[in-house]
Design a protein. Structure first.
Lengths: 114, 113
């Protein structure tokens, strides 16, 4: 039971480079999310999706893009990486928006922009 | 508007002693409340959740939390700490009024031998 799988686990980027964080889930969840976690802070929502073909901005979307072509996959793209994007990124999914839905998390991707 | 406040950024206990991690919330609607645990270099794992059923919620690894509406609190407790409990703990509030899930800043639990 893989759950939520995200890759890569670690990555160092130079300023101005681009990259994509991959995320896939095998639980047939409609809802998927990308969060970032900065030291001493809670998770901040970057983007979310309520189903294939539908995405929306979260709290901190600037500098990122997402797509959702299938139910399983929800990649996060960083264009023109900046040091402020150094963070730990978590992909997550849940079965719905309704009260009490558990959010399942991937193991995180540590990104450093230098 | 929703918010969640974890009252302690760090908590240190000795092994075998009780654990108390404090969380206060505010929500315009009937909230769902969660506690997640994050071990070093790992993703977040659900410990327990409250969804308007019993106010005392039991979770995994001996943890439990009590929803107190009058105090707007959802504190996490465990009778006896174990070394493996050392981790970061997040209190989370989810609002039925719309797509809103707010994470607390986290409480780092240290367990001394």
């Amino acid at each position: 039971n893989a759950g939520v799988t995200q890759t890569p686990k670690f990555r160092i980027l130079k300023i101005g480079q681009s990259m994509t964080l991959q995320c896939t889930q095998d639980m047939n969840h409609n809802y998927m999310y990308w969060y970032r976690q900065d030291p001493g802070m809670g998770l901040k929502l970057i983007y979310y999706s309520v189903g294939a073909g539908i995405t929306d901005k979260g709290e901190v979307p600037n500098g990122y893009n997402v797509s959702r072509s299938t139910t399983e996959d929800f990649p996060l793209r960083l264009e023109l990486a900046a040091p402020s994007q150094t963070s730990v990124y978590f992909c997550a999914s849940s079965s719905g928006q309704f009260t009490g839905n558990t959010i399942y998390f991937g193991e995180g991707s540590w990104l450093t922009v230098v | 508007a929703q918010s969640v406040t974890q009252l302690d950024s760090h908590v240190s206990v000795s092994e075998g002693t009780p654990v108390l991690l404090r969380c206060n919330y505010s929500s315009s609607y009937s909230p769902s409340l969660f506690w997640y645990v994050q071990h070093p270099n790992k993703g977040l794992q659900l410990l327990l959740k409250y969804t308007s059923a019993a106010t005392l919620v039991k979770g995994i690894n001996g943890f439990e939390a009590e929803f107190k509406k009058s105090e707007t609190s959802f504190h996490l407790t465990k009778p006896s700490a174990h070394m493996s409990d050392a981790a970061e703990y997040f209190c989370v509030v989810s609002d039925t009024g719309g797509f809103k899930t707010i994470f607390g800043a986290g409480t780092r639990l240290f367990v001394k031998a």
